[in-house]
Design a protein around this ligand. Sequence first.
Ligand code: NDP
Length: 304
Amino acid sequence: MPKILDGVAIAAAIKQEVAEQVKVLAAGGVRPGLAAVLVGNVAASQIYVRSKVQTCEELGIFSEMITPPEDITTEAMLDLINALNDREDIDGILIQLPLPKQVDTKALLDAVSPAKDVDGFHPVNAGRLQAGRPALAPCTPAGVIEILKRSGIPISGQNAVVVGRSDIVGKPAAMLLLHQNATVTICHSKTRDLAAETREADILVAAIGRAGFITPEMVKPGATVIDVGINRITDEAEFYKFFKGDAKREAAFAKRGSTIVGDVDPRAFEVAGAYTPVPGGVGPLTIAMLMANTVQAAKMRRGL
Ligand code: NDP
């Protein structure tokens, strides 16, 4: 039976450690603070930001939610970000994506002070990460490394294949695996023979954005499979393709009319030696690492 890598438990352990660090900082009169900027009324974004703010509260981190109107201009957003850059009580600035079309997302991400860039999206942090300098690393890829390390999965010397090369998941995940001495291959939509590449992976990271894309034939038996994908499916035929016979999922799907599936076909997990389930794998780590980054930013800004 493949081992299930329990992201909920690992995230809980990290949050516990963060809460302890927050207590130590509080004893020195420092309270880390996170500003979360949420533009407009995208339901999924609202859920994400609320759970980030709530986790801050649980861990003793100050948080503030800023909700500019949907029609805000780039200039007004830049003013807002600059004001947050200047605030002493704010250590981390998070801009929830996606932003409305009229807003220049890159300009805004570049405007966040690298010292407060707790999402790790600023080019300065991307460069520092690549150069192996202390940096605020993007939360989801950092979470992938935590899952592997805390589950006792060896990384050094292993063949790691990352499918996906986005700036927020694929590329930084590859870089972090490289820093852990994995031999890393990055695949993308132009990769010639994807299955041939993925079958070489001791550690396979799927960050593609396509439901159940990695099939059983693409996985080397015994490999560790990290499924970063979050895809909501509503089509019944697609649901039964992945989850036929899973009574719990079937009941939930009948009730809600949708379910979440990763970028890995659940049947491919049977071939693996260990895997992260969806939900309950990588997802919970993203918020935990955001909290860890906020505390790290608070410490780094004060030279602690
Ligand atoms: P992007 O859409 O930015 O990137 C997707 C990547 O997958 C691209 O590099 C693309 O290649 C590659 N790709 C697409 N189709 C294929 C294909 N047929 N064969 C090989 N590669 C392909 O997505 P993100 O990186 O932002 O997100 C990836 C997934 O992770 C999504 O499911 C997202 O929901 C999830 N996610 C989960 C998070 C979490 O907290 N767990 C956080 C962030 C994302 P190319 O560059 O050539 O186009």
